[in-house]
Design a protein around this ligand. Structure first.
Ligand SMILES: NC(=O)c1ccc[n+]([C@@H]2O[C@H](COP(=O)([O-])OP(=O)(O)OC[C@H]3O[C@@H](n4cnc5c(N)ncnc54)[C@H](OP(=O)(O)O)[C@@H]3O)[C@@H](O)[C@H]2O)c1
Length: 249
């Protein structure tokens, strides 16, 4: 697809992978809108990229998603790219029961329901465009789960499955469905695992994911597994038990 001249909404675009993707889209000559819950992070992103538009929003609720959609379509008539990037990752020990689960943000709502509902809002509009795209950010952990973060991995497997079906449903329309599959990336999201393993740094920089994303868009590579994520994707098909054992010993 053409990687310039688009109007792009990136959920969770103020930090990490989303911010790096925003930077790449700006560099390539696109109009970019980012959103997230923390206003200070949106302000920091805007200071770095003054061209972008920002919006405080919470995609975990129906109301937050509906408000975001209404605001975007009222201000950006040409919106034609949605990047479903907002995500949270939690370690949850199910031996501790329901209170442990309830203590955490709802990963299903943020990582998965927001992806499907925002897609449903934007697709009818995107079908009227000459070219448009839904870009879902899943994870290598969609293919081989880390058992200490069971809900996170399940939401990412769901994002993968949803992307496959959506791409099939939309194959005769102008809407292209991309799935970007990052490996471990050095962002805020992974700070729990870094702390647990006493590491200051873990994974590839988010800019690598953003560069791979733009390459995939430009070449219509609909499933873009980045670096180590390719190994997990392959292993899920041919060597699941061994790879799962290695990651969860
Ligand atoms: N880092 C990795 O190793 C890795 C690997 C594979 C896939 N991914 C995926 O990449 C995506 C981006 O994550 P990241 O690594 O870049 O981490 P990150 O820097 O923590 O980015 C996540 C973003 O989502 C936003 N967000 C979270 N909950 C939200 C909500 N309810 N409403 C709106 N925005 C929300 C956060 O902003 P606020 O908190 O301000 O809302 C934050 O800007 C996620 O989907 C993640 O699962 C990451």
């Amino acid at each position: 697809m053409n990687i310039s001249g688009n109007t792009v909404l990136i959920t969770g675009g103020a930090t990490g992978i989303g911010l790096s993707i925003a930077e790449e889209f700006v560099k390539s000559g696109n109009e970019v809108i980012i959103c997230g819950r923390r206003e200070e992070k949106l302000k920091e992103a805007k200071a770095k990229l003054p061209q972008i538009a920002t919006r405080v929003c919470d995609v975990s609720s129906m109301k937050g998603r509906e408000e975001l959609f209404d605001w975007v379509i009222s201000k950006f008539k040409n919106i034609n790219v949605l990047v479903n990037n907002a995500g949270v990752q939690r370690m949850i020990d199910f031996k501790k029961g329901i209170d442990e689960l309830a203590r955490h943000e709802n990963e299903v709502d943020i990582n998965f329901t927001s992806t499907i509902q925002l897609s449903a809002y934007f697709i009818p509009l995107f079908m009227q465009r000459k070219e448009s795209a839904i870009i879902n950010i899943s994870s290598g952990l969609a293919f081989i789960p880390l058992a200490m973060m069971p809900v996170y991995c399940a939401t990412k497997a769901a994002v993968h499955s949803f992307s496959v079906s959506l791409r099939h449903q939309l194959k005769n329309t102008p809407v292209k469905v991309f799935e970007v599959i990052p490996p471990t990336v050095d962002t805020e999201l992974d700070k729990g695992t870094r702390a647990q393993r006493n590491m200051a740094y873990r994974g590839i920089p988010p800019s690598d994911v953003a560069v791979a994303t733009m390459k995939a868009l430009a070449s219509d590579e609909y499933e873009c597994a980045v670096e180590q994520a390719k190994i997990l994707m392959e292993a899920s098909r041919f060597n699941f038990a061994e790879q799962f054992g290695r990651m969860n010993h």
